[in-house]
Design a protein around this ligand. Structure first.
Ligand SMILES: [Zn+2]
Length: 503
């Protein structure tokens, strides 16, 4: 969507019979546009940000110039707004910034702004709400220091952000790198801004790390590992991240997202190797892993978390209101992909899926009896969101394979989705995405499952499909029955599909 339409497009075509009226109307609309500060609509989205940070990594200076006037909607969150009073310059002149909600009120005829932000750092722990220190490094949310275009801009637009960094300091960002920028180098890296909504979560880290470019099939991961004592074992970390990332290649032979940011944040001794991880979509696609760097490589490799997070990258951004769809795919795939690359056996993968479904069934039962307290924004509990969603993907996979005699699978549909629908600035609702997948696969499998389960009080009915596939369950143990009618579907799910197409 172009939110900065060219000015000439604001005029409807006029009849040739009314040239005078046409000219008058054009002049009138032009004057109106000028009066209302819309004169910049024609070129508003060409601009450059220059960002510098001091050597103690707690003060950021931002300058932004827009060649043809300010974009129509620049946004600053409340925390940033409070920092700008007495410290905000437009075209070199100090002014008191005014906001309507998050939107900065500025006349479009201005072209440059400048301000400085003191980062309000949590010095003791990794924090979601605040920027924070990790050893000698710093993790920030760009919303804490960046006034930026509020919505994703047109793909033809050109807004860049260039950093001026102190010696020995690097930056890790989610934004795509600017192609062929002569001025972009290690101390002045340059990126493309405004690919997504300004409010979407993102992380920008500054520190004494090197951003490593890890080759993965057709692209690279931009890995940054933050400071800790003892230091993180880089060889092990590269191996662990690449192993999990490579697992997604079995789905369609190439990596699903271009050059994602991968930020590893050591959080000290914990009870597990990866106590927390998430995918963020602000700026573009990014992964963040909180790790206990004292744990051995074996524990990282055996952990499902990284495979789960990389599986999220197989889908475009799905609304948190429909988290069951994205969490469901990641929960299904975290087991399928690990079986495919041999980290777990086929039987273990089915055992884990079955155990997950059981957790979801119990949570649904508690919810229906009104006993469940911890619910997500969807109104579903966490276990029901993750495993109810996984059950829907499992049923879709089985049904696609049945109806197409193995020609269509969740893998083939995700591959088709990758080719059409991965715009990083687009947010999907589950209903639309499932309809899209049906359209791509020329089927009704997804819509049928959506209609049956998306608003149901029942957990998806997985037992008949498990039985048909020969996944026999007795109490908590799972046995695979090779004589089952659809045993071939069961085993083919857990094997890498033949790659028919190269990237
Ligand atoms: Zn997840």
């Amino acid at each position: 969507m172009n939110i900065y339409p060219r000015a000439r497009h604001t005029l409807a075509p006029m009849s040739r019979q009314w040239p005078l009226l046409q000219s008058l109307l054009q002049a009138l609309l032009f004057c109106l546009a000028l009066l209302m500060g819309w004169s910049s609509l024609s070129h508003a989205s060409d601009g450059e940000y220059k960002v510098s940070i001091n050597s103690s990594l707690d003060r950021i200076d931002v300058r932004a110039c827009f060649q043809s006037g300010m974009p129509r909607e620049l946004a600053a969150d409340k925390r940033l707004q409070s920092q700008l009073q007495g410290n905000f310059y437009v075209d070199g002149k100090g002014i008191r910034p005014r906001f309507r909600g998050e939107r900065l009120i500025l006349s479009a005829r201005h072209s440059c702004l400048r301000y400085q932000v003191a980062l309000d750092l949590d010095e003791s722990k990794a924090s979601f709400g605040r920027s924070y220190r990790v050893g000698r490094d710093v993790v920030t949310k760009p919303q804490h220091w960046l006034i930026q275009p509020r919505r994703a801009v047109n793909h033809d637009d050109n807004i860049s952000i260039r950093f001026d960094l102190p010696p020995g300091v690097a930056v890790s960002v989610p934004w795509p790198e600017m192609p062929n920028t002569a001025s972009s180098n290690a101390s002045n890296p340059s990126y493309r801004l405004a690919m997504t909504d300004a409010n979407w979560d993102a992380q920008v880290a500054f520190g004494h790390f090197h951003v490593e470019y890890l080759d993965i099939a057709n692209t690279q991961l931009r890995l940054a590992v933050l400071d800790s004592t003892p230091a993180v074992n880089m060889d092990d970390t590269r191996r662990w991240v690449l192993e999990a990332a490579a697992a997604t290649l079995s789905v369609h032979g190439h990596f699903p997202q271009p050059m994602p940011q991968a930020l590893v944040v050591p959080v000290g001794p914990r009870g597990e190797a990866v106590p927390f991880a998430r995918v963020l979509r602000g700026g573009s696609v990014a992964l963040q892993f909180y790790i206990d760097p004292t744990r051995p490589f074996r524990e990282f490799s055996e952990d499902w978390t990284a495979t789960h997070e990389f599986s999220h990258l197989l889908l475009p951004y799905v609304s948190r209101r429909d988290a069951w769809l994205s969490e469901g795919l990641a929960s299904y795939m975290q087991n399928v992909l690990r079986a495919r690359d041999g980290r777990i056996s086929e039987r273990t993968a089915w055992s884990k899926l079955y155990a997950g479904f059981q957790r979801g069934i119990k949570a649904t039962r508690r919810e229906n009896s009104g006993a469940f307290e911890s619910r997500s924004r969807t109104g579903w509990s966490t276990m029901r969101v993750y495993w109810g969603g996984a059950a829907i993907w499992f049923l879709a996979d089985v049904e696609l394979r049945r109806r197409s005699n193995g020609q269509q699978t969740v893998d083939t549909v995700l591959d088709q989705l990758h080719d059409c629908c991965m715009d990083p600035g687009k947010l999907w609702r589950a209903k639309d995405l499932m309809r899209k997948m049906d359209q791509l696969a020329d089927t009704t499998v997804f819509s049928e499952l959506y209609d049956r389960y998306a608003h149901s009080t029942r957990f998806p009915d997985v037992e008949p499909a498990l039985a048909a596939l020969g996944v026999d369950t007795r109490r908590s143990s799972v046995r695979l029955r090779s004589q089952a009618d659809e045993a071939h579907i069961r085993s083919s799910i857990m094997q890498p599909p033949p790659i028919t197409e190269s990237f």
